[in-house]
Design a protein around this ligand. Structure first.
Ligand SMILES: [Fe+2]
Length: 185
């Protein structure tokens, strides 16, 4: 995997060149924006397909709304830096795309696959906000930190919710499957 597979903006910073922290912070904001766009798209697709797991559907619906608010917070911070975000850039997000390739694939155990992928994705998001907080702190761009902490807390709560529902979802999946009922989603 090349560096540009991980970070589509990486080519802008050849190894050994001098970059300033503000530029790296802005790149981090753009990447987080693209991450939230992916979250919204991936979770929204799952919403259409969760027929037998209404608690999960309701939770994902809540988190789609939270993710939209999180993306808006990133837009606000970018605006304070006189940066605007192009939605075009959001389509080129190599690593998260790979991470989520597991999700929303029609499969007999679709709900289980999505649970695993969503759990992983929330932790990717947690790490992304921790990084933004550290970068904002280190570069003196502290105005956005409260917003990042709000988003971080929401991602942590979503990760906890998924964790707390792994066993119950698996049990329901097994019961439905063994009864010959629709269990995949
Ligand atoms: Fe998020």
């Amino acid at each position: 995997m090349s560096q540009s597979d991980i970070n589509p903006n990486a080519a802008a910073y050849p190894t050994g060149s001098m970059v300033n922290g503000t530029t790296l912070f802005i790149t981090g904001l753009h990447n987080a924006h693209a991450m939230e766009t992916q979250a919204i798209q991936i979770l929204s697709r799952q919403l259409d397909r969760l027929e037998n797991y209404p608690d999960m559907e309701a939770q994902i619906r809540r988190h789609v709304a939270e993710s939209e608010a999180q993306r808006a917070r990133l837009d606000e911070v970018l605006a304070t830096l006189e940066e605007t975000h192009s939605m075009l850039k959001d389509s080129a997000l190599g690593m998260v795309g790979n991470l989520m390739a597991l999700a929303h694939t029609p499969a007999a155990d679709e709900v289980i696959k999505n649970t695993l992928a969503n759990y992983a994705f929330e932790h990717f998001e947690i790490a992304a906000y921790e990084t933004l907080i550290a970068m904002a702190d280190a570069t003196g761009h502290t105005a956005g930190i409260t917003a990042f902490r709000t988003s971080l807390k929401e991602e942590q709560l979503m990760a906890h919710w998924i964790h707390d529902h792994i066993a119950i979802t698996t049990q329901k999946f097994l019961v439905l499957s063994e009864a010959g009922l629709k269990a995949d989603r």
